[in-house]
Write a protein that binds this ligand. Sequence first.
Ligand code: MG
Ligand code: ZN
Length: 458
Amino acid sequence: MTSTHRRRAKLAITATIAAAAVAIPALAYAGSNASDRTGELRKQVIGGKARNVILLIGDGMGDSEITIARNYQVGANGRLAMDTLPMTGEYTTYAVQKDNPRLPDYVTDSAASGTGWATGHKTYNGAISVLPNGKPVTTILELAKRAGYRTGDVTTAELQDATPAVLASHVVSRDCKGPQSMAACAVNAKENGGAGSIAEQMVALAPDVMLGGGKQYFDQTVQAGRYRGLSVLQQAQVNDYQIATDAAGLAKIRSIRPGKPLLGTFAKNNMDLEWAGPKPTSTGTASSRCTVNTARAASQPHLSDMASKAISLLDKASAGSRKGFFLQIEGASIDKQDHAANPCGQIGETVEFDKAVRAALNYQRSHPDTLVVVTADHGHTSQIVETGSTTKGYTATLRTQDGADMTVSYATADITGSQQHTGTEVRIAAKGPQAANVLGVTNQTDLFATMGRALRLT
Ligand code: MG
Ligand code: ZN
């Protein structure tokens, strides 16, 4: 410590004591960004090529959902891992109308929005990497795989759910998850000469790592073609997949050699929730804390476990190659619990997603040639309203890390229905090569170009 530093430290201590004496709340001091950060930010503007891209998607994780989770978990002036990325912008998320694609559909679903960053094209709600006319468009994961990168797709939803599906399949409706669920996708069905259901197409494409739920669709029977009569899981097995069905099995997987991809399916449907808590009512609730969801199956890995495992397997498999990997990691049930008007469910998933972000940022620190992007697919319902107030919708009040009460309102549907997505722009944050391209207000489809440029795919 130099004498100047010592003097400064002494001054800081004196200031702290003085502050304590006049009882200024700690809130005024923590996490301050009041200094001039121009030089520091300039250093973070890095162009050129990335060896790896890690894309983290919080489904339905608009600014409101982030703020709710931050207030609850680390306090209003605390910072989540996702808040620490140096480049933060906003992007627009609208879909287009199926019958008239020149017109926007202002509120997107996860299929159209995912198709946006996966392919660079706007499409209609429900479309899985097909244009409004039903024509398939190549995805960022397909391009990366063809170019010799390792690839991964991780989610807490069913692997056939829209967000993971857009990377590795092309169907006209997101509902066509398995070979016996093709009612909305006759044109894509194997028996009609199509490429098959989402589950069949994902297994056929064979990203190196796929981790999530959706076992029920892998158990469906293939209806036509070479694998007719087998389940999709058996189709994977005859193609040399390594299969994991629980956290212990996943921990045992040591490597993913080419031709030996990993399929981990840990739940019949979506994976279990991290947290539980009060159900909002039209007259509000007493203030309470969230609790750990005791009904969660311990055999299921957490999202952060799956994220860390995927990163380490893909890193190891690409060691010694100029080309690293493309990996998408989704926190899916932020959205699903916002639909269900379940504030603690939603916050618990956001906090767990943030742990996955921390794992990606830790990797980025030792592998700075990695582009990390953290974003959402669309906004959602939950709003922070005046403490203790009731609204036209349903509210619950939670006691946050600050020791203060926060009232959360859900008011886009009746409590018995499903709360709706909203049409707001959402946060996109990045670190690493090409990260500066998320600054300002961009379009969701621009993310395809940013990632493609980083990996020299486009
Ligand atoms: Mg999703
Ligand atoms: Zn949704």
